[in-house]
Write a protein that binds this ligand. Structure first.
Ligand SMILES: Nc1ncnc2c1ncn2[C@@H]1O[C@H](COP(=O)(O)OP(=O)(O)OP(=O)(O)O)[C@@H](O)[C@H]1O
Length: 252
């Protein structure tokens, strides 16, 4: 049996004001079967009110499917997902999920943000600030399909932040981006966290995990095998699998 090290919600991150009453998040016995396969297997965890949680784990561990269940896109086969008394489906409108491959409309950069603002009945006047915030104001009239990978990710972030979500899920937002683009996106995420947005980030970039994480959830075989503050996780991962993952070894 795998060792499970679960810690409760962390203290408030200094300087951050929780914008949300969706936290803490409590997950108990979360099980998800897909295509006759058990993808999440009795997963338990609890996330505190502020900061950035990084979810680490090898390919196929269940990280992306976990984000989908927490966000209410997939219904669990069994178990409890409790957003402070609210179900994932009820919580969905107050959350945003950015996929690894940004989903953008075949319209201009500006129209991509306008679409989100309009769909939520929010003033279009916010668009210029949002584009400025992600460094894309000068590309507002350009078709979104002509953006580079890093620019497209930043536009996806602008769209996600247009609704001022309480919780922002990011699934490998900087995969295959150059170091400067990674830096810009990390800066945007950090500012969101400082403003009180709760960030839950999946990444395979251990350097990024070290830079961004307040706490780390290590997922293996559809289970949380370790959950600890980053300051404790990185120097001393408690499980063999987490140790191997952090040092680039083979996770069995
Ligand atoms: N629709 C599906 N039917 C059956 N199995 C699925 C389905 N979708 C995902 N899976 C399986 O669920 C497991 C977890 O997938 P998931 O995408 O969550 O992994 P991950 O940890 O995000 O991996 P990666 O790091 O490679 O992105 C994988 O083994 C995958 O093959």
């Amino acid at each position: 049996m795998r060792e499970a090290i679960i810690h409760g919600p962390e203290a408030l991150i200094e300087g951050a004001t929780p914008a949300s009453n969706l936290l803490p998040l409590r997950v108990e016995g979360l099980t998800l079967d897909l295509g006759g396969r058990r993808v999440l297997d009795g997963l338990d965890m609890e996330l505190g009110p502020t900061g950035c949680t990084v979810i680490l784990g090898p390919n196929g561990a269940g990280k992306s499917q976990l984000l989908r269940v927490l966000h209410g896109l997939l219904h669990p086969t069994a178990g409890v997902v409790d957003w402070n008394g609210v179900t994932p489906t009820q919580a969905t409108p107050r959350q945003a999920l950015v996929f690894q491959k940004p989903v953008l409309l075949r319209r201009s950069v500006a129209a991509n943000v306008d679409f989100v603002l309009r769909s939520r009945g929010l003033p279009r006047a916010r668009r210029d600030d949002l584009l400025d915030h992600v460094g894309l104001a000068h590309k507002a009239r350009q078709p979104a399909r002509l953006l580079s990978g890093g620019e497209a990710q930043r536009l996806a972030l602008a769209r996600a932040m247009a609704t001022d979500p309480d919780v922002l899920f990011l699934d490998e937002p900087t995969a295959s981006l150059d170091p400067a683009s990674v830096n810009r996106i990390e800066h945007i995420i950090r500012r969101a966290t400082q403003r009180g947005t709760r960030v839950i980030l999946v990444t395979h970039d251990i350097g990024q995990a070290r830079r961004m994480a307040d706490d780390v959830v290590f997922l293996h075989g559809g289970r949380v095998t370790e959950h600890a503050p980053a300051s404790r996780f990185f120097p001393q991962p408690q499980t063999l699998a987490a140790r191997a993952h952090v040092t680039g070894g083979l996770v069995l």
